[in-house]
Design a protein around this ligand. Structure first.
Ligand code: FCB
Length: 431
């Protein structure tokens, strides 16, 4: 593990975006998509979530207090179109316009996500992204949306983690439509989304102008897959198969060959790694308790193994391979241990800083997430927020957690500040 000396302050480039991120299904509430009837493992559902749908002015005020200068959020397709090729719902559009205006007035740059794990009911009824016709419907939606918002938005993120979406919905059965081991459907979904990305990006680049050149890209989740025991052929093969399917195949589909020209940036969602032991994915998200993983020497949040050095590795790889600007569109940790989260954040930002110093063009970092929220199949048990939400109180009051102060100081100083730059190690006992 690395050591940072107390004299060292890691400054980030001027104009660096320090943001936070959410998605509609996870925070808005009152959505009508495939997640509406879904009941998570903890019995929770997304029908109210954080009620960001009504409370966004308050949440923007929290962002202002945090000192972030960017916000990555999704626009919920199911609110805006009631049928294929229908005109956009003007009342719902006006609400998003108001949200954008409030962000801009607060000096917060919006990054808009067009697809984040959810579709309108009429898309799902027709087979979702396994149906080729979804490409056309999505492109029509994007055309109308970009025309409506282009004065206010220059940063567009077409698809959030198509790999996660296609994998968990069609291979693992965790997301609706909860199909299992449908490799053909997985590939079809990726193929259709990649084509939709290319066409939507063309529209954005042609039409978009918020006084600045439009920028567009996907957000690729990057997970490292390794074998716990290096000599275990089976675990190495499993890790390689996962890497091939979820990293290589997906990157090639979206950015390979001439398709690279569609994107002006790469969004990277980076959390950590998965190691396999006797075919078993050794991560809390697959059901292995954090405590047991600790006995194996693993450092995990409540989801995956932490691997801060991976941040530098993947940035170097993406930079060399594509030479496009990069945004860290998501990074965060789920834990009730706030000092652990603070160390994790600083370690990952230090690795990020090293990559920037080595010449990788990273333009921003978005902490996942602004709020504790509905974490898909896990419900409300995974605490990723900078702000806690009291879900037992009908008013859903927000309150800053200790990490909020840490992140706020980083954002305001555009640096990992000296007094915070001491910690070296995420392992228990290293504090
Ligand atoms: C990412 C998703 C995001 C959230 C975080 C924890 O994979 O994009 O919605 O679930 O993980």
């Amino acid at each position: 593990m690395f050591v940072m000396t107390a004299e060292k302050t890691l400054r980030f480039p001027e104009q660096f975006l320090w943001g936070t991120a959410t998605s509609p299904t996870q925070v808005e509430g009152h959505v009508n998509n495939e997640w509406t009837p879904f009941v998570a493992q903890d019995g929770g559902h997304c029908r109210i979530a954080c009620d960001h749908y009504h409370r966004y002015p308050e949440d923007i005020d929290w962002m202002r207090q945090l000192g972030v200068n960017a916000y990555r959020f999704g626009i919920e397709w199911s609110r805006l179109q009631s049928a294929p090729f229908a005109p956009l719902n003007q009342a719902e559009l006006a609400r998003y316009v108001d949200l954008l205006d409030r962000l801009l007035a607060a000096g917060i740059t919006p990054m808009v996500v067009l697809h984040h794990f959810a579709n309108p009911p009429w898309i799902n009824a027709a087979g979702g992204w396994t149906n080729k016709a979804t490409i056309k419907a999505f492109v029509d939606y994007v055309r109308q949306l970009v025309a409506a918002l282009k004065e206010r938005v220059y940063l567009w993120n077409t698809f959030n983690e198509p790999d996660t979406y296609a994998c968990v919905a069609y291979l693992l059965g965790g997301f609706p439509p909860q199909h299992k081991w449908q490799l053909g459907q997985f590939r079809r979904v990726i193929d259709h989304m990649a084509r939709a990305h290319v066409r939507a990006s063309r529209i954005i680049r042609r039409e978009g102008n918020a006084g600045r050149k439009p920028e567009v890209g996907i957000a690729k989740n990057w997970t490292f897959f390794h074998a716990y025991q290096k000599y275990s052929l089976w675990d190495r093969s499993t890790a390689f198969a996962c890497h091939y399917t979820f990293n290589k195949f997906v990157l090639d589909a979206f950015l390979g060959g001439r398709r690279k020209r569609a994107s002006t940036f790469i969004g990277l969602n980076y959390y950590g790694r998965v190691r396999f032991h006797h075919f078993c994915a050794m991560i809390p998200a697959s059901g292995t308790p954090v405590k047991r993983l600790r006995d194996f020497g693993f450092v995990c949040d409540d989801m995956v193994e932490r691997y801060p050095e991976g941040m530098e590795k993947i940035l170097r790889y993406l930079h060399r391979k594509f030479n496009l600007p990069i945004y860290i569109t998501e990074h965060g940790a789920a834990s009730n241990d706030e000092s652990f989260r603070a160390r994790d954040l600083r370690q990952n930002l230090t690795a990020l800083h090293r990559s920037i110093s080595a010449g990788t063009n990273v333009r921003g970092f978005f902490y996942w997430s602004l709020l504790d929220n509905f974490e898909w199949q896990f419900g409300y048990t995974k605490k990723f927020g900078l702000l806690a939400v009291n879900f037992n109180d009908p008013q859903l009051p927000r309150s800053p957690k200790p990490l909020a102060a840490v992140y706020s100081s980083i954002c305001r100083q555009n640096a990992v500040p000296q007094e915070n730059a001491k910690d070296t190690c995420l392992k228990p006992g290293c504090t």
